[in-house]
Ligand binder design. Sequence first.
Ligand code: ADP
Ligand code: MG
Length: 159
Amino acid sequence: MITVVTCGPAGTQAVAGAVAELARPGDVILLDGDLGAGKTTFTQGFARRLGVSETVTSPTFTLVRSYPTNAGFDLYHADLYRLEHLSEVIDLALPEVLEDGGVAVVEWGERGSPALDPAHLSIQISHDEGGEEARRLSIVNHGGAWDDRWNQLEEALKC
Ligand code: ADP
Ligand code: MG
């Protein structure tokens, strides 16, 4: 696990940028944490690093939105907050889009994880002591997806 504490939205977006820098087609990144933790803020930093110029907001009514990036893959941003049945995740056809070379960032990812790739990066964001804008990001490599990038990620996130 890699743990990083940020002290404002820009810090969380910088962490997201470091993850985006190492992202590859087919990656699944699950974001969890309370409402207002910073999952969408993270996704915005992630998208920006990939050259997405549109403003990324949570795709509340559609569950998923896609954005072309300049990194050679499309970014799929899903938000499972309103998920009622796991079958809705299956309907998103994320495995198929990932097979086609997309990268998925999924807010409230744990809710959908039984239907998603067991090899993924999970990032838990929580409030941290140290003030209103302090967040702790706990990054876990599941199923070996990031084995060969883990050291690079750790290096990139060192202060
Ligand atoms: P979520 O998608 O998890 O519900 P948002 O990203 O929409 O959360 O909202 C997070 C809010 O917290 C934003 O208003 C953001 O500016 C603020 N914020 C304050 N400090 C941080 C931080 N360190 N990291 C991320 N967001 C932060
Ligand atoms: Mg959100």
